[in-house]
Write a protein that binds this ligand. Structure first.
Ligand code: DHB
Length: 298
């Protein structure tokens, strides 16, 4: 058992927001998905107040060691999510963490308030990787913006609030410290690194319909490791570490750097059961270390 913000989890492996469509997987795999759910908690994709179509195609570019995606946060909006997605996600056999994003503090407050009232929701994750349209600053790129956001939403829920940190800023550790000081119960990192790819034929044009996108996969693992280590050294709240995790050893490394939970993202696109495999590999490594430390006599 792993404890996270008062929530009991079967193991330390969860999914990164937006990287595992549990509703589509349920349709594809049926009840087998519920019997062998790959994650100890499910982090849903980002919900915004208004419905969004997402970005024009193409939305993906493959890289050596990962990919760039520019999906554009398509979702049904708050009302659609509550009516259609939440009942389906509540049927999963693990706690549900809902990821929300707003373009103003008021929008984030509206989302937090709505999910605060739902027993199906175990915790909230704030996606702060988008610009505050009122201040023009990316909420999670600046400690003051992050502090002001938490001041606006913290008192609206007693559920754990996780802040998903962006690596695209001067100091994720400074932002994490501000988040903790203003009431965050946990932080998660890393989100994707901004990147782009040029169109192979159209001169001077980007490939992605959205222009730029987020880099993920093994290519970002070393970046994740240093940022998780720096953030974990700075805060006392639990850290969810992620970035290019493909094996139990990678998850173990992030735990050694200070993460309590580890999220799997891009690897789940290659293998939808990667979460279960990585959890088993991690348990094997940690079990072996416990035995060799003398904590358990063989
Ligand atoms: C989206 C892509 C990302 O890489 C990310 O971290 C968040 C959102 C998106 O385009 O939907």
């Amino acid at each position: 058992m792993t404890e996270f913000c008062g929530i009991e989890l079967a193991h330390p492996i969860v999914n990164g927001s937006g990287t595992f469509d549990a509703i589509a997987a349920r349709r594809a795999f049926g009840d087998a998905l519920l019997e062998r759910f790959p994650f100890a908690a499910f982090v849903s994709k980002t919900v915004t107040v208004a419905p969004r179509q997402g970005n024009p195609a193409p939305r993906l570019w493959e890289l050596p060691g990962g990919m760039i995606n520019s999906i554009g946060l398509p979702n049904k909006g708050l009302d659609g999510y509550l009516a259609e997605d939440l009942p389906k996600l509540a049927a999963l056999p693990v706690p549900l963490i809902v990821n929300v994003m707003g373009f103003t503090r008021e929008e984030v407050a509206r989302l937090v308030e709505a999910f605060a009232a739902r027993d199906e929701v175990a915790a909230l994750e704030l996606n702060v990787s988008c610009p505050n349209v009122k201040t023009g600053m990316v909420m999670g790129a600046d400690p003051g913006e992050t502090a002001a956001l938490l001041d606006a939403v913290r008192q609206l829920t007693v559920k754990p609030v996780v802040v998903k940190l962006t690596p695209n800023c001067a100091s994720p550790a400074d932002v994490a410290e501000a988040a903790e000081a203003h009431g965050a119960d946990a932080v998660s990192l890393i989100n994707t690194l901004r990147g782009m790819a040029m169109h192979p034929r159209r001169h001077g044009q980007p490939w992605l319909g959205g222009g730029t996108g987020g880099v993920s996969g093994p290519a970002v693992r070393a970046v994740a490791l240093v940022q998780v280590a720096e953030v974990a050294a700075r805060v006392s709240v639990p850290v969810i570490g992620m970035g290019g995790v493909q094996t139990g050893r990678h998850a173990y490394d992030l735990r050694e750097a200070g993460a309590t939970l580890v999220a799997v993202g891009t690897e789940s696109f290659r293998d939808p059961l990667a979460g279960s495999r990585i959890a088993a590999e991690l348990a094997e490594i940690e079990g072996r270390n416990l035995a060799s430390s003398g904590a358990i006599s063989a």
